[in-house]
Design a protein around this ligand. Structure first.
Ligand code: 3HC
Length: 655
């Protein structure tokens, strides 16, 4: 038979009696209505053709199936529904085998689960990431997965949304075999099992699991949920598979899926999903090619520089670190090697990759070594003279087309650029600490930055696996400017009568992992104090200024590292300190403020509004390209709960 077309996106060809069905729905082979209809038509064809003994299902390109089409959520559902397609696959008289060539995610994993066998290609991965979209699997994932791999492993996969690679999938019983050519193997398996009783996942009994193991797996997921509903619902549904028959379990799963799909949490997480895909895309960069980067120079190998070096090495680049002395260079190399070791111990790197990284690393005490670098990132002390001197010196060392990036947090990168002979090649790369772990990177588009330099910085950050957000030049960039507004508002409320612990409790109950005063204590209070003292003379005397943080610092309370800050840590954990309460009362009295009570709702609403107002200002000033970029900065750099969508989303659609 010549290739048959079952729909716009689904085709099939018969190979030795097996209909190989290919889904070709770029970019990720999502299960759009046309794909679902095509699969049904393919099954009709296989049923009607006496010479077809079985079916193999695969995806075109590098992905098997990326899941349900997220763009269809929120629109009226179109038949055939995915659960009906999967029900038909599971109960099909002829064998249907999944040939999993790439990622099988969400509905894609559910297709594989409904099949009578699963052959994983070497690039395959399996995952039910629905909880990351605020939903639960809606086409049998929570009921079929535990029948194949048991309740504890299914709780882990559905509750965390993590993907597993072929080896783990095979170990768990999710993949029957790993094969270099999964389509050929799947067709072979279909031929081999044709006419025999098929292994139908839904008919399997859920393996009996030890109650304590189930409880531990569930608690692990729930302890990380922090107020997000979907992980708990996923766990509940997987556990129910042990007690309910397939039909009831599927009905309960579907009802939960539909309820959550229409929830605010799901809308927020969908917003985050699309925000991440939009981030770093700028009209002005259309058609602009990034410069080639193979060798990266990193000046300064302290905590920040070493973190950047580790991220750069693990992304496959050659790294030349530079320090001022031989001793500092040796210490920098040790620091980087230590971080790589730690990554290996925690399973993030293999020993072989660690060794390859070290082989690509040199740390020298001579800036002249930077000559071959295509990109140099400075991570030296945040002082304007230090940085401008360095950039001037780099002008004489690196090639004229090498890109220079500054990792400054608070200085004006335009001033750093102006000190160089080629300001157009200067860009900001503001990493967050620890730079090898944190995903967020603000890419600062300076006044003179050339488009291909900006494109180079973005491409580099993406290659590092970072989430790059473009921003213009302003004090503190996007994140710290919003954080300052957030903090100022929190301090106003404390001065007006809220206790710091009330503010933190309200934020934590709302979904922040840590309240703002606890965060300040963790970061240390002295840097902001020094900055306030420097700026004191320039401050508008009419502007409201809360002196409480100054009083804390004057009393030697610099936060956690000094054992005391907004809280007392002498007992090893954060405790309310009557001395702080008294200090706050004195400060209020000095200004004649009669304290009033704040409800948790008011606290959260005011803080969200302060963040959103500052965000609107950043948009009006053209510092941020889009509101969703601001949301991503706050979610990925400042603990804003993703399932609330970020401050701009949350304030645009209040609950
Ligand atoms: N639906 C619609 N569009 C999708 C999509 C999906 N499931 N997954 C990705 N896309 C789109 C992206 O928006 C992007 O569009 P753009 O080019 O216009 O910006 C494009 O596909 C490429 O996406 P990525 O940039 O993310 O491509 P990568 O190659 O880096 O990653 C991927 C591919 C691993 C498949 C990744 O896109 C991904 O993780 N997708 C989401 C997977 C997911 O969550 N699936 C579950 C959906 S819910 C579900 O299945 C419910 C079911 O239980 C009923």
């Amino acid at each position: 038979m010549a290739a048959a077309r079952f729909s716009e996106t689904v085709t099939g060809d018969v190979r030795d009696g097996v209909l190989v069905v290919t889904i070709d729905n770029p970019p990720v082979n999502a299960l759009s209505a046309d794909v679902r209809a095509g699969l049904m038509a393919a099954l009709d064809h296989a049923k009607a053709s006496a010479d077809i003994v079985g079916v193999a299902v695969t995806g075109a390109g590098r992905i098997f199936i990326g899941g349900a089409d997220i763009r269809e959520f929120g629109k009226p559902p179109v038949e055939p529904h995915l659960p009906d397609v999967l029900d038909r696959i599971e109960n099909f008289a002829k064998p249907v085998i999944a040939a999993i060539n790439g990622a099988a995610l969400g509905g894609g994993c559910e297709v594989a689960l409904a099949c009578h066998g699963r052959i994983a290609g070497e690039k395959a991965s399996f995952g039910l990431p629905e909880v990351k979209l605020g939903i639960v699997p809606g086409a049998g994932g929570t009921q079929r997965l535990p029948r194949l791999i048991g309740i504890p492993a299914a709780i882990d996969m559905t509750g965390t949304g993590r993907s597993v690679k072929p080896e783990e999938a095979a170990r768990l019983g999710l993949a029957d075999k790993i094969a270099a050519d999964p389509v050929t193997e799947a067709a072979q398996l279909a031929r081999a099992v044709a006419g025999t009783p098929l292994r139908r996942t839904g008919a399997l009994t859920v393996p009996v699991a030890d109650a304590a193991t189930v409880e531990a797996a569930a608690n692990k997921v729930l302890s990380k949920a922090r107020g997000q509903a979907s992980p708990g619902e996923a766990v509940r549904l997987v556990r129910a598979a042990a007690d309910m028959g397939l039909r009831d379990g599927l009905a309960e799963e579907r009802a939960t899926f539909i309820r959550l799909r229409d929830s605010r949490e799901a809308a927020a997480l969908r917003h985050v999903f699309f925000a991440e895909r939009a981030a770093g895309k700028l009209d002005k960069l259309d058609g602009v090619a990034p410069r080639e980067v193979k060798t990266v120079g990193i000046v300064g190998t302290g905590l920040m520089g070493a973190g950047i070096a580790v991220a750069t090495l693990t992304a496959g680049y050659r790294v030349i670190g530079v320090e001022q002395t031989e001793e500092a260079a040796a210490a920098g190399r040790d620091r980087i090697a230590g971080m790589l070791d730690k990554a290996m111990q925690s399973g993030r790197l293999t020993a072989a990759t660690r060794d390859q990284c070290l082989a690509r690393l040199t740390v020298a005490a001579d800036a002249g070594e930077l000559a071959p670098a295509d990109l140099v990132i400075e991570a030296v002390f945040d002082d304007l003279t230090v940085k401008t001197d360095l950039f001037r010196k780099l002008d004489g060392i690196v090639r004229a087309d090498a890109v220079l990036a500054t990792n400054t947090s608070y200085l004006n990168p335009d001033e750093i650029a102006a000190a160089t002979a080629h300001p157009e090649r200067v860009v900001g790369l503001h990493f967050f600490s620890p730079a090898n772990i944190m995903r967020l990177t603000e890419v600062v588009d300076c006044k003179a930055t050339a488009p291909d330099v900006l494109a180079t910085a973005l491409a580099f950050a993406k290659k590092l696996g970072k989430l790059p957000i473009v921003c213009g030049v302003t004090e503190g960039f996007i994140g710290n400017r919003i954080y300052s507004a957030y903090r100022r508002e929190a301090e106003f409320m404390v001065e007006d009568g809220a206790e710091p612990q009330d503010v933190d409790a309200a934020l934590e109950a709302w979904g922040f992992p840590m309240g703002i005063f606890a965060v300040n204590d963790m970061a240390g209070l002295e840097i902001a104090w020094a900055k306030r003292k420097r700026q004191a003379a320039m401050r508008d005397p009419k502007e409201r200024y809360v002196e409480i943080p100054d009083r804390l610092c004057e009393a030697g309370r610099f936060g956690r590292k000094s054992g005391r800050g907004w809280y007392d840590y002498s007992s090893g954990h954060r405790a309310v300190d009557p001395q702080v309460t008294a200090l706050i009362e004195t400060a209020r009295a000095a200004k004649g403020i009669v304290p009033r009570r704040f409800s948790s709702e008011e606290i959260v609403a005011r803080l969200l509004k302060a963040m959103a107002n500052e965000g609107s200002a950043l948009l009006a000033e053209g510092i941020a390209a889009r509101a969703s970029d601001i949301d991503l900065v706050m979610i990925n750099g400042y603990g804003f709960p993703a399932y609330k969508g970020g401050p701009m989303f949350a304030s645009a659609s209040p609950s």
